[in-house]
Design a protein around this ligand. Structure first.
Ligand code: SAM
Length: 296
């Protein structure tokens, strides 16, 4: 059976966390500005919901320990001097416990005379179970204070597909229209390879092959705009950002290819189609051209 597991090298993990930090610093500035400058005070502190939070740090194969997404989130808001609410879901209980301690330590930082708080919730369990409860709790709270939640839902599942079950409670609900989604995913894993390789059961029969494309899962998230970073390594690791707001970009905007830019189609094609499919598509389009010429 083909395995979709794809361990990240030290270099790739460093690159992931650097890219996330760069992105999140730019993103938090945009979101905090919107929250602060909104005269109608429609938004609470920005939310960050991490569906696959980890322990807060990454121990790299080369021995270095670097901050992961929860700590990067907290460091960013402490540096900005802006309050924020973070919810961290992690299925590994020991990692969740470690994360809780690391986030509490970080909360004690003071900003001059003004103590700054990032409200944090660490939930030890699967996002399939907890994301619906988190969405329901936010919904109740926001309706009580007549505000609209604003911020990011992030998934970094390590391998496999976009974890749709974790996003599902936020998708399609108008209350969550201002929540953006970010995914770190390997396109050349559960999508292209699972589709492209013949898989045989022990009894010689051809096993079920996944028919799904990365684009199918992104479409299921129902946002108007998509940004993608150019894929890296043979696994084609990439970040995909989805939002209903076309102006979303960070300081490294040039690295995020927007669905409004002409090269977006080529990058998504590379992420969606394995080589055989690209060749078949080219063959079909050539055939189409020949038939059109014949008709002329
Ligand atoms: C790649 S790590 C996340 C790293 C983190 N984003 C960071 O930057 O440090 C993926 C984590 O997701 C957790 N995980 C996997 N499936 C999950 C699920 N269904 N619900 C909650 N956590 C899950 C794993 O235990 C693992 O700690």
């Amino acid at each position: 059976m083909y395995s979709t597991a794809a361990a990240l090298s030290s270099a790739e993990t460093r690159h992931k966390e650097n890219s996330f930090r760069q992105f999140y610093e730019g993103y938090a500035q945009i979101v905090c500005n919107v929250v602060d400058r909104d005269p109608a005070r429609r938004y609470p502190e920005p939310w960050f919901i991490d569906l696959t939070a980890g322990s807060g740090v990454n121990r790299l194969p080369d021995g270095e320990v670097i901050a992961g997404s929860p700590l990067i989130w907290q460091q960013t808001h402490l540096a900005l001097g802006h309050r924020a609410s973070g919810c961290f879901i992690e299925r590994d209980e020991r990692d969740a416990e470690e994360l809780q301690l690391r986030l509490i330590d970080g909360e004690l930082t003071a900003d001059g005379d003004r103590p700054l708080t990032c409200w944090t919730w660490v939930l030890a369990g699967d996002h399939e179970t907890y994301a619906p409860r988190v969405a329901a709790a936010i919904c109740r709270d926001m309706q009580r204070v007549h505000k609209t939640p604003y911020g990011l839902v992030y998934a970094d599942p390590n391998h496999g597909r976009v974890p749709l079950a974790g996003f599902a409670p936020f998708v399609g609900d108008p209350l969550f229209a201002r929540m953006d989604y970010l995914v770190y995913i390997a396109a050349n894993g559960a999508y292209k390879r699972a589709r492209g390789h013949a898989q045989h059961n022990g009894d010689g029969r051809l096993a079920h092959r996944a028919e799904v494309y990365l684009q199918d899962d992104l479409d299921a998230l129902h946002k108007q705009y998509t940004w993608v970073r150019r894929p890296r390594t043979n696994q084609q690791w990439t970040f995909v950002l989805l939002s209903n707001y076309s102006g979303l970009h960070g300081p490294d905007a040039r690295n995020w290819i927007s669905s409004q830019r002409p090269e977006f189609g080529a990058v998504m094609r590379q992420l969606n189609l394995h080589k055989n499919e690209q060749a078949a598509e080219l063959y079909a389009s050539n055939l189409w051209d020949v038939e059109a010429d014949d008709d002329a």
